[in-house]
Design a protein. Structure first.
Length: 279
């Protein structure tokens, strides 16, 4: 069994970004937009800021109180969206309920939309258009499989979860690599048997340790996208690592797996967005 750790994948992406950025005559600039003080948002913001610093990119955080009105927030967002000095935007979501997230998704500049939240970017991902940007976590899954030299052509791949953040876009990215994809969800009948047919299993259900050995065939590749807290208060994935690691040929841990690649994909998207904008 090979444990596929995110740090190695992230380092390889970082190196690629630094080499590409040397050819530029400007420094790409990321804007992080955060509303309120949610600990997970603040943690991701710190990680993203650190990553931009590591690859030599600029990063500015725009932080607003949770009490900001929808009208004020939309105005502030438009200023950032229209700022020619900003090459990419990371909006930390979900926003407080009184803020119109859909309006932002529809208004965000497509080349600045680094986490693939706009309908235009999602449509491009679904159409297999390389100028589109997939959500960073979905693309991080593919980066990990690429790093492990997994040839997806003709492989049976199953994705647990159908959200627009991970499930659906990762299914499209797997199909782009010529995998044969099945999507499981809460209405799937006999999910363990469906998953057991997979040579590559991507777990993005959001349920702690849901995927046990009954879901996995011998030698399967298991990518765990879940980030949950177990009954003991420890961080864990959607996969019961102890059980599944005995059957899988490749498995990603949580923490230390897909999540640690996401900010490197964000930096890669910033470089791509900057090059598209400034071409």
């Amino acid at each position: 069994m090979q444990e596929l750790r995110g740090i190695n994948v992230a380092n390889a992406i970082n190196e690629e970004i630094i080499n590409e950025a040397k050819k530029l005559d400007y420094i790409p600039h990321l804007a992080i937009i955060r509303v309120g003080e949610r600990p997970d948002d603040m943690s991701y913001e710190r990680g993203a800021t650190k990553k931009m610093d590591k690859v030599g990119f600029r990063c500015t955080s725009f932080v607003y109180p949770e009490t900001i009105t929808n009208e004020e927030f939309q105005k502030e967002f438009d200023k950032i969206n229209n700022d020619e000095d900003i090459d990419g935007i990371l909006l930390l979501r979900p926003l407080p309920k009184h803020l119109d997230e859909k309006a932002i998704e529809n208004r965000i500049n497509q080349t600045k939309d680094l986490d693939g939240i706009s309908p235009a970017n999602l449509a491009k991902v679904f159409a297999g258009d390389d100028t589109g940007m997939a959500p960073c976590t979905a693309e991080a899954v593919i980066e990990m499989l690429d790093y492990a030299d997994v040839d997806l052509k003709g492989k049976r791949a199953t994705v647990i979860g159908r959200s627009l953040v991970i499930g659906k876009p990762v299914a499209m990215l797997l199909m782009k690599k010529n995998a044969t994809v099945t999507i499981c969800h809460t209405k799937t009948v006999d999910m363990p048997q469906t998953c057991k047919n997979a040579e590559v299993l991507v777990a993005a259900a959001g349920v702690a340790k849901m995927v046990d050995s009954s879901y996995v065939s011998d030698g399967a590749i298991v990518i765990d996208v879940g980030i949950n807290v177990d009954t003991n208060g420890n961080l864990c994935g959607d996969v019961n690592y102890e059980e599944v690691s005995k059957k899988a040929s490749i498995i990603t841990p949580v923490p230390g797996g897909v999540g640690s690649v996401t900010t490197s994909v964000l930096a890669k998207h910033l470089l791509k967005g900057a090059m598209l904008r400034r071409a």
